[in-house]
Ligand binder design. Structure first.
Ligand SMILES: Cc1cc2nc3c(=O)[nH]c(=O)nc-3n(C[C@H](O)[C@H](O)[C@H](O)COP(=O)(O)OP(=O)(O)OC[C@H]3O[C@@H](n4cnc5c(N)ncnc54)[C@H](O)[C@@H]3O)c2cc1C
Length: 216
């Protein structure tokens, strides 16, 4: 362990307090490492009402899970959690120096990036409003909830076709929408939007591989 008298010196600074960062902080706190966990509070699944497919917590509120994890982490005195973004990080000697959004600096032997990712949705009108509550990216997280219902799969590559076949196995009435392959700021792909299918087709499935450039 580093010298505990140096209050801004840690064994590990963790950027990001989602499941990855919280679990890392818990394990490090349990072995009495000095840990600074900085979280800017924008978890990837913020739009979702329930977590699914997680052992012992299926259907639980994601915000509740984060709250419990934070409460449990508080039992470990060597772990400190701050609700602040890590704004910058640089090499300093054989470790790192980070600057938090409020201007505070901290040094650490290790820097753990657990910042998750941000979903970039295809340019489909209305999709952002439905994200996490009717438009999804992951059949394992939400497929069960839309079983036996009409579903539109947005995307025209092999992976989208694979997804469509998988959803059909769940009893979904699937429409594949390859128009979403080419989202464009000038001409949004409204043809595959939720309204485009009439009142029966309330579910819309966004295939977020689009953001990796496979649809552009
Ligand atoms: C709509 C939706 C529903 C989902 N449903 C499920 C589900 O049912 N089951 C399932 O297993 N998975 C689900 N997922 C996937 C799940 O959300 C991710 O796998 C999980 O959130 C990844 O955890 P993470 O800790 O890597 O990232 P995140 O949960 O995104 O956490 C990253 C954290 O880092 C913070 N951060 C970012 N940059 C900085 C910075 N510079 N400084 C400090 N903090 C920073 C963010 O604010 C955020 O709090 C879903 C995803 C989405 C989008």
């Amino acid at each position: 362990m580093v010298n505990e008298k140096e209050s801004n010196v840690y064994d590990v600074v963790i950027a990001g307090g989602g499941p990855a960062g919280l679990n890392a902080a818990l394990m490090l706190g349990r072995v009495r490492r000095r840990v600074l966990l900085a979280d800017s509070g924008q978890p990837r699944n913020a739009a979702s009402a329930a977590v699914h497919g997680l052992f012992s917590r299926d259907g639980d509120d994601p915000a509740r899970l984060r709250r419990i994890a934070r409460e449990q982490l508080a039992a470990y005195p060597s772990a400190r959690l701050v609700d602040t973004a890590v704004e910058s990080a640089a090499r300093a000697g054989d470790g790192f120096e980070v600057t938090l959004a409020g201007g505070e600096t901290a040094r650490a032997r290790r820097l753990l990036l657990a910042t998750g990712l941000a979903d970039e949705l295809p340019a489909v009108e209305g999709l952002a409003r439905l994200w996490g509550r009717g438009a999804y990216h992951c059949p394992y997280c939400h497929g069960w909830e839309v079983r036996d219902q009409p579903v539109a799969v947005l995307g025209g590559d092999d992976t989208a076709a694979h997804l469509a076949l998988g959803l059909a196995r769940l009893g979904c009435d699937v429409v594949l929408c390859p128009a979403a392959r080419r989202p464009s700021a000038r001409r949004p792909a409204t043809a595959c939007g939720p309204q485009g299918y009439g009142s029966a087709r309330t579910w819309c499935w966004a295939w977020t591989a689009c953001r990796a450039g496979t649809c552009g």
